[in-house]
Design a protein. Structure first.
Length: 187
C-alpha cells in the first residue's frame, strides 16, 4: 500500500512506510513549519510575560545549547551523518528541521572539506522582522543567530571558525543575500 494522503479509511496499523514519498515530503515540510511557528509562538508568549530580553536570552539558550545538545546528535544518527569537519556541518544544516529546505533559500559553496561559504538569499524570519518594523533583526541576526551558528559549529568541531560575511539590516528589499557566513577549519 502506498498512500498519497490520508483521506481514506483509518489504517489500524499505520506505518510511515505506508505513505508515498511525496506524501512524506509534504508532511515533513509542514512539520518543519510547525517547529518554526511553535518557536515564534513560544517567544511571543515569553516576551509578553517576562520581556523581550528574557525571551531572547531563553531562546538563545534553547536553540544554541539545548537543541544542539539533545537534537543534533539524534538527527545525525537518523541520517547517518558522521564526521567533525566543515562538510559534515554543512550536511547537517541541509537536514536540520529548524532550517526547513522549503522555507529558506540558501546555497552552500563547499571549497573543500574544511572550508565553506553558506549564503542565505531568502530568510523568512528576517522578512517577518522587517515587516514587523521593530528593528529586531539587529539583535536576532547580528547577535543571537551568530552565536547559535557558532554553537552548532563548536558541536561539530571547536576549531571551526565562523565568520559572518554579511548580516542584516538590509539597505532595501533588493539587498541580497540576506546573510552570509564563512566556515573554516584550519588544522
Amino acid at each position: 500500500m502506498e498512500l498519497q494522503d490520508y483521506s481514506g479509511d483509518l489504517v489500524p496499523n499505520l506505518r510511515w512506510q505506508d505513505f508515498s514519498k511525496e506524501a512524506l515530503i509534504r508532511l515533513l515540510n509542514e512539520s518543519q513549519r510547525a517547529l518554526i511557528m511553535m518557536d515564534g509562538f513560544w517567544h511571543t508568549k515569553v516576551a509578553e510575560e517576562f520581556g523581550i530580553d528574557k525571551a531572547d536570552a531563553w531562546g538563545g539558550e534553547v536553540w544554541g545549547t539545548d537543541y544542539v545538545k539533545h537534537m543534533v546528535p539524534r538527527i545525525m544518527k537518523a541520517m547517518n551523518i558522521s564526521g567533525n569537519d566543515v562538510e559534515t556541518y554543512m550536511k547537517y544544516l541541509q537536514v536540520d528541521p529548524g532550517l526547513p529546505l522549503e522555507m529558506w533559500d540558501y546555497r552552500i559553496d563547499l571549497k573543500d572539506k574544511n572550508h565553506a561559504v553558506w549564503t542565505v538569499d531568502r530568510c523568512p524570519s528576517l522578512l517577518f522582522m522587517e515587516r514587523e518594523g521593530k528593528g529586531r533583526e539587529a539583535v536576532v541576526c547580528q547577535q543571537m543567530e551568530v552565536e547559535a551558528i557558532k554553537g552548532y559549529a563548536r558541536y561539530f568541531n571547536p576549531a571551526i571558525k565562523v565568520t559572518p560575511l554579511k548580516l542584516p539590516p538590509r539597505k532595501g528589499p533588493d539587498d541580497l543575500p540576506h546573510c552570509q557566513f564563512e566556515f573554516r577549519l584550519e588544522q
